[in-house]
Write a protein that binds this ligand. Sequence first.
Ligand code: C2E
Ligand code: MG
Ligand code: MG
Ligand code: MG
Length: 284
Amino acid sequence: AAKVQGKGRQVAYDSAMDQRGAEQARVAAELRTALDLGQLRVFYQPIVRLDDGGPVGVEALVRWEHPERGMIRPDLFIPAAERTGMIVPVGQWVLTEALRQAAQWRRELGPDALRYVSVNVSPRQLRETGFAATLRDELRTAGLPPSCLMVEVTETAVFDGGSALDELHAVKRLGVQVALDDFGTGHSSLGLLRTCPVDVLKVDKSFVDNVTDAGERSVIAEALIGIADGLRLRAVAEGVETEEQAAALRRLGYQYAQGYYYGRPVPAAELTSLRRAAAPAGRS
Ligand code: C2E
Ligand code: MG
Ligand code: MG
Ligand code: MG
């Protein structure tokens, strides 16, 4: 389509693409250095039961602690990492670190304080051959049973064809849990979902934002819990920020949630809700 609009436009388009590519290559190179220098961090956000707010799991979310620019959120570097392949070593590092931390929590707080740690896995990682085998080895090294790990993949990664779906079946056979992240925003085929190796649907924040409205957004949140129930999958509502949203979700039948209302992503040492959950009743 760019061609029919004339030569000048085509050139402008190409150079914008080149600039974008160059920018991504620069970010990826910096990220390589950040990884080598130990500037990456993993923050953890609780995933809770909606009835009592108690934590059931945590999501591991990567951060880049840049010496000059401060804590950089993943939206600013994950896309470049994905495009350049740097996501593979970065994702591997996050996985190792999250499993090490989960094993430490289990030792300190007992197996009931934290059922699982949930790690985001990019399409690129899922397409790597032997991804499931890597998970098995990492779990063994950390000394954790497979059920303590959940991987979060996007609908697009799973349903765009290729080997991702096969790899996901292998992940599931290990006993690792699988969640579809940002559910409702991607290319899910509801027909394929029935046979897809998935345990959890993470309902995207955009459907949670307006769940207290009478409009179409709350209709979608209601439809999505219906799909989860019908397929016997668990649903986690993402991005819950208010008590009103939590109450509306409970009314719709949601059992699990995640969001600033329950706790922001924080360094492991600041995740005090886990310690409270592990403490015997009546004590802090
Ligand atoms: P995600 O997996 O959907 O993670 C949820 C995002 O929503 C997180 O943003 C979290 O901080 C944010 N969030 C949680 N509750 C609330 C809320 O109540 N309100 C609002 N406004 N936001 C909330 P974060 O940490 O910036 O991560 C953004 C995305 O980057 C993640 O979205 C995920 O797709 C990606 N990402 C993060 N860590 C990794 C990683 O280790 N590997 C890969 N491949 N992707 C990652
Ligand atoms: Mg996620
Ligand atoms: Mg999400
Ligand atoms: Mg998201």
